[in-house]
Design a protein around this ligand. Structure first.
Ligand SMILES: CC(=O)N[C@H]1[C@@H](OP(=O)(O)OP(=O)(O)OC[C@H]2O[C@@H](n3ccc(=O)[nH]c3=O)[C@H](O)[C@@H]2O)O[C@H](CO)[C@@H](O)[C@@H]1O[C@H](C)C(=O)N[C@@H](C)C(=O)N[C@H](CCC(=O)O)C(=O)O
Ligand SMILES: Nc1ncnc2c1ncn2[C@@H]1O[C@H](COP(=O)(O)OP(=O)(O)OP(=O)(O)O)[C@@H](O)[C@H]1O
Ligand SMILES: N[C@H](CCC[C@H](N)C(=O)O)C(=O)O
Ligand SMILES: [Mg+2]
Length: 496
């Protein structure tokens, strides 16, 4: 593409230098520049890409995109917001891949990964080729790739969508985080369907208030079915949780056709009734615009019924029958690190779960309390460099539902691990839990070990917060750590 073709994608931009400069690639990292690349200077959270423009030019960049002058004699596009420019440029550079497949975006505080996996399973069972992007991994048909972020930066995202197009993918199902929406990572993506799971507290470090957090999520819906689409006649669908009050706000934002799902209210399009929850799974009746049918799910907990309903609504729209959806969901086994049992023939239960928000921790513990016969023990912590206000809240929740709590480190990142534990403890002591019912153990391995060594028959140990993660970041350094492997190792050492 030519430099002027990129500039023409923006309403407001100015070119300095040769507008016919040929661009053969786009790059935001000066260390990865190849000759002929357009270097987009992004103002980041830790660094400012403008400071690396010189290095980018030395490494072969043909032109720059900047928000401010960088005093380099090279063709340059001046823009108001380089992240938005990057997203639009990347989409055009890769020839609008999101227009060539059916893109389904799932947003919400909890349940995104689970819901995307359920939709993926249903579509694959109907012989569609699918792509999946989210917290655990990226998947293109049967091939998996590791990922850094839940929702990738626009450049990587468009590149990968293009890869999916090349591999004849029919549907891409992706998690859309509030960070991504706020940072414009998904500008340039044309969604067919936007799904909303729920909105509860998280990420207040980044968004500031719940209102702003909600507004970020709303961007997925406001951009759906309006001017960003090149063809307004294309079908667009918004699938929202009728039991979550934020849904009425999202409904108003979109011109797409809205479908609701839920449990509590009768006037939703897809509803679950006659719910039965056991330690083995859930059963419920689905009443929908496409009929009524009994469903069985191996996934545990009421919250997973919501995820299933979101997947049912999304799939019905694609013309898949309720009977077929039921068949797929019935077969769906657990998802990596989501309510995953670690079983080594012990007489107590160990569950590893990715609950790292107040609402998800409460859901996980509440679910356990519905079938617990012995004591409930919770091992958990909170991530560093993330929303501090959720720490005492999670402490309070753990205390409310558990007989014993081990407060330990999650990923402290660059924070002092002990300090995070103390902030969690505040919530536990406020709840009135006696001092002999909980302890603070900074080292996660030791906390898991203590919980398991003290377990009695029929007890349930919930190890929450890190789920599928295979590392732990302490003092800015990532070390291998997998809750499931640690638990396995400790259980085996006791049995021997
Ligand atoms: C706060 C945040 O989101 N940061 C993300 C962001 O980094 P950044 O833009 O701030 O980049 P930076 O490191 O300050 O650098 C600025 C610019 O200088 C450039 N640079 C830098 C150094 C150099 O030598 N040369 C150079 O050119 C960089 O390439 C970059 O363009 O862009 C990076 C590349 O895409 C992301 O990996 C990184 O995510 C970090 C790892 C992160 O932890 N993000 C979390 C908060 C996040 O986004 N989470 C959500 C999920 C949340 C949820 O729902 O639970 C997600 O979608 O993952
Ligand atoms: N619909 C739901 N409502 C509330 N909690 C849920 C729901 N679905 C799952 N959970 C809980 O949240 C945890 C994370 O689930 P999941 O990974 O599906 O969410 P996510 O939205 O993808 O999270 P992340 O923001 O980290 O990507 C689960 O381990 C479970 O405890
Ligand atoms: N996507 C979430 C994951 C949190 C997982 C938890 N283990 C933590 O490290 O806080 C985040 O980046 O906030
Ligand atoms: Mg996720």
């Amino acid at each position: 593409m030519l430099l002027k073709e990129f500039a023409s994608l923006l309403k407001l931009s100015t070119i300095h230098g040769d507008a016919d400069t040929v661009i053969t690639g786009i790059q935001t990292d000066s260390r990865k520049i190849k000759s002929g690349d357009l270097f987009v200077c992004v103002v980041g959270h830790r660094m400012d890409g403008h400071n690396f423009a010189e290095q980018a030019v030395e490494n072969g960049a043909s032109a720059l995109v900047v928000e401010r002058k960088v005093k380099l004699d090279i063709p340059t596009i001046y823009v108001k917001d380089s992240r938005i420019a990057l997203a639009l440029f990347a989409s055009a550079f890769y020839q609008y891949p999101s227009h060539k497949l059916k893109l389904i975006g799932v947003t919400g505080t909890n349940g995104k990964t689970t819901t995307t996996y359920l939709i993926d399973k249903i579509l694959r069972d109907r012989f569609f080729k699918t792509g999946l992007m989210g917290t655990i991994q990226m998947k293109i048909d049967h091939q998996t790739y590791s990922v850094e972020n839940t929702t990738q930066e626009s450049l990587e995202l468009q590149k990968n969508l293009n890869l999916m197009v090349k591999r004849n993918i029919d549907y891409c199902i992706m998690e859309v985080s509030s960070h991504a929406l706020e940072m414009g990572r998904v500008i340039g993506c044309r969604y067919r369907t936007a799904v909303f799971t729920n909105l509860t507290q998280d990420h207040l470090d980044y968004h500031g208030t719940m209102e702003k957090y909600k507004q970020s999520k709303g961007l997925l819906f406001s951009r759906l079915g309006n001017t960003f689409s090149d063809n307004p006649n294309l079908n667009k669908f918004a699938i929202v949780n009728g039991d979550d009050e934020a849904s009425s706000y999202f409904k108003k934002l979109t011109t797409a056709e809205v479908f609701t799902y839920g449990i509590e209210k009768e006037d939703v399009d897809v509803r679950a009734t006659d719910i039965q929850i056991t330690s083995q799974g859930t059963q419920f009746k689905v009443i929908s615009f496409a009929g009524t049918l009994d469903f069985h799910l191996r996934l545990i907990g009421k919250f997973n019924i919501y995820n299933a309903l979101a997947a049912v609504a999304t799939s019905l729209i694609e013309g898949i029958s309720l009977e077929e959806i039921k068949g797929s969901l019935k077969q769906m086994k657990g998802i990596d690190g989501r309510f995953e049992a670690v079983y080594e023939n012990q007489d107590y239960l160990v569950i590893v779960d990715y609950s790292h928000t107040p609402d998800s921790l409460e859901n996980a513990l509440k679910t356990i309390s519905e079938f617990a016969e012995g004591k409930i023990v919770c091992v958990f912590g909170c991530g560093g460099d993330r929303d501090r206000t959720k720490r005492p809240l999670m402490g309070r929740i753990a205390a409310k539902y558990s007989d014993y709590v081990y407060v330990t480190s999650d990923n402290p990142r660059t924070e002092d691990p002990k300090q995070i534990l103390i902030e969690i403890e505040q919530g536990i002591s406020d709840s009135g839990m006696a001092k002999n019912q909980y302890e603070l153990i900074v080292d996660r391995y030791q906390a898991i070990e203590s919980a398991i060594k003290n377990a009695k028959e029929k007890d349930i140990i919930l190890i929450a917060g890190k789920g599928h993660e295979t590392y732990q970041e302490v003092h800015g350094v990532k070390n291998e750590f997998d809750d499931r492997l640690v638990a396995k190792k400790v259980i085996r050492s006791i049995i021997k």
